[in-house]
Every structure is written in structure tokens, then in C-alpha cells.
Write a protein that binds this ligand. Structure first.
Ligand SMILES: [Zn+2]
Length: 343
């Protein structure tokens, strides 16, 4: 059975937001832990309407039903609001790793939204300690590895992004491998983050940028030229520019493709329209990822299955995707080689 084949493939996941792995039962549990509005010292911060509201599992499920990108950002915010203590972070990190392990994911590079925490006026480092406890337990119990990527939010601006990078530099010895920037591309151009990205690179951090998700190819070009991105998150709209596709393929710049996410947020109009097949055939270093699996009701196994069933990926091609996931990772060469040998 092909699904057994997909399960048996050793895989890495490179575009995964910790907050997006909080499933409805866990969100319900977190909301019961924190049945009061989030205290904040940032007077710019506006609590979402339901701050402090206790969700049943059903209500948590309903929160994850949305038809556009803004609705998704609201759901994401509702989750981050309920991640308030180190214990919360430990819980969700460990549960995430449990789910990855069940899919034979041997390595993950996980975005953690330091930007959101800082912006709402909370110190990130004490919370990150909990995430680290979760990672260490998970690595021990599941025999997998995990790197962190500290994520800033574009539309919170450059100063917030700078604080995220500084925090990543301070905590670098705790498996923090790089930085990323997500959020709404239409509301903040990449150019303004150039100096922040240069600073991060100078301190040995790897660079990722969500680009070509909610904006066109010019956003991807800017991520490459202005921010010197090592990897492109989504890269969906690269397909609108043949020169860009050729450039990505020539330079073997990894693209973190998230098919279901693109459809669920409306960034891609229909599943069949997704450019994954075209990008792959053009020789782009494509990797498959889930983005926010529980918010999009997907898993990495399902993403491989979609590639197989909707886009006709053969078993050798699926194996190639798995191989790409290790090649595109920020693991050291020897570790990459050892994991690739298992394919
Ligand atoms: Zn993402």
C-alpha cells in the first residue's frame, strides 16, 4: 500500500509553526488553564474579543474554520493568547513531537512566534525555557531532532523584528538555528528588514522568509535579493515568473511548499491549481510541509498523499521529496548524510 510507503519514508518537516500544531483538545485544555483576559503591558495590544474565553473542543474546532487569510490570522492569535506559561510551551512542544514521530519525521525545524509574545508585552525567554524542556523530552523519547526558528511578524514592523533577532542570538545555544518572518506580505515590504537580516546572518543565524504566499513573485525576489534568504516559505507565486522559477532551480534554493495551507487560506484558488508539480518538474528544490497542521486539518502524511493522488507523484518522486527535506534542512553535513543514507 502506497500509504505505508509514505509512512515508511524517513522525512523532515521544515515549515511548521509550533502554534499551528495546537489541536482542538489542547486548545480547549489551554483555554481552561487561562480563563481570564491576557494581562498585557503593551497598550497598543488589543485583546481578541474572546480573550479569556473557555473553549469546548467543538468551539475550538469551529475557530479553525475560516475562508480567508485574515480569519486564519485571528485563529492563530487566539492560540498564541493561550500560550502564556513555560508549562504551556512544554506541553504543546512535546505533543507536536509525538505527532511528528508517529509520521516518521526524524527532524523538524519549527517556527516559534517570538514576535507575537514580545509584541504583547511579555518576555519570551522564560516561555522558551518551557519549549526547550519539551524539545529535550521529545528528542529523548522519540529519537528525533528539532531546531527552532524564531519568527517575527511583518506587520509588527522592523523594531519588533530586531528584538526577535536579538533574542534568537541570545538563545542560540538552545538549538535556535535561524530566523523567519511571516504575517501579511501586503502590509510590509521586505526591503525594510534588510539590516535586521544582515545582522542575523552575521551572527550565524540562517534566514527564512515567508514570501510569495499573499503577494506575487516580486516579494520572493526581494526575499532573495534584499534579505538573502536561505529558504523561501511557500513560494507559491514563483510560478507567475518563469525567470524566478529558473533562478530558484539553478541556485537550488529550497522552497517550503505547504499545499493544504495555501488552499485553506485562499492564497491558492483551488487545489488543482497548486503549482507544486510545475515547480518540481522545473527542478526547484521543493519540500513538502504542513505550516499549521491542526489549524488546516492536515498532516505531513496527508501532504505527501495529496502530492501522490492529486499531482501524480510516483513513489520515486515521493522519495525525492523526502530526500529534498533533508537536503534543504539546516542540519550539519554529516547529520544530513546519515539521514539521507536511510532513504
Ligand atoms: Zn508559515
Amino acid at each position: 500500500m502506497s500509504n505505508d510507503f509514505i509512512l515508511a519514508l524517513p522525512k523532515a518537516e521544515l515549515h511548521l509553526h509550533l502554534e499551528g500544531t495546537v489541536d482542538p483538545p489542547t486548545l480547549s485544555e489551554l483555554s481552561r488553564r487561562h480563563p481570564t483576559p491576557l494581562p498585557t503591558t503593551n497598550n497598543r495590544y488589543r485583546n481578541v474579543e474572546d480573550s479569556g474565553r473557555v473553549f469546548t473542543e467543538e468551539e475550538a474546532r469551529a475557530l479553525y474554520e475560516y475562508k480567508h487569510f485574515t480569519g486564519f490570522l485571528w485563529a492563530f492569535k487566539a492560540v498564541t493568547e493561550r500560550l502564556r506559561t513555560a508549562d504551556d510551551y512544554e506541553l504543546v512542544t512535546y505533543r507536536m513531537m509525538q505527532k511528528l514521530h508517529a509520521q516518521n519525521v526524524l527532524h523538524a525545524e519549527v517556527y516559534i512566534s517570538a514576535g507575537v509574545v514580545q509584541w504583547r508585552g511579555q518576555e519570551f525567554a522564560p516561555l522558551f525555557e518551557g519549549a526547550e524542556r519539551g524539545r529535550q523530552r521529545g528528542e529523548r523519547d522519540f529519537g528525533m531532532s528539532l531546531y527552532w526558528i524564531f519568527d517575527a511578524v511583518r506587520h509588527f514592523g522592523v523594531d519588533e523584528a530586531r528584538r526577535v533577532v536579538e533574542e534568537a542570538m541570545r538563545l542560540k545555544d538552545n538549538n535556535v538555528v535561524g530566523i523567519g518572518i511571516g504575517g501579511d506580505e501586503r502590509r510590509a515590504s521586505p526591503e525594510q528588514f534588510r539590516e535586521v537580516y544582515e545582522h542575523a546572518a552575521a551572527h550565524g543565524l540562517r534566514l527564512t522568509v515567508h514570501a510569495g504566499e499573499t503577494a506575487g513573485p516580486e516579494s520572493i525576489w526581494a526575499a532573495l535579493r534584499e534579505l538573502k534568504a536561505d529558504r523561501i516559505g511557500h513560494g507559491l507565486r514563483a510560478i507567475d515568473d518563469p525567470d524566478l522559477v529558473r533562478y530558484l532551480a539553478d541556485k537550488q534554493i529550497p522552497v517550503e511548499v505547504c499545499i493544504t495551507s495555501n488552499v485553506m487560506t485562499g492564497c491558492c484558488t483551488a487545489l488543482e491549481q497548486h503549482p507544486i508539480r510545475k515547480l518540481f518538474d522545473a527542478g526547484v528544490l521543493v519540500t513538502l510541509n504542513t505550516d499549521d497542521p491542526d489549524m488546516f486539518r492536515t498532516t505531513l502524511l496527508k501532504e505527501y498523499q495529496v502530492a501522490q493522488e492529486v499531482f501524480g507523484f510516483t513513489d520515486p518522486e515521493l522519495r525525492q521529496l523526502a530526500r529534498n527535506s533533508f537536503r534543504a534542512s539546516f542540519l550539519p553535513k554529516e547529520k544530513k548524510r546519515a539521514l539521507l543514507a536511510r532513504l
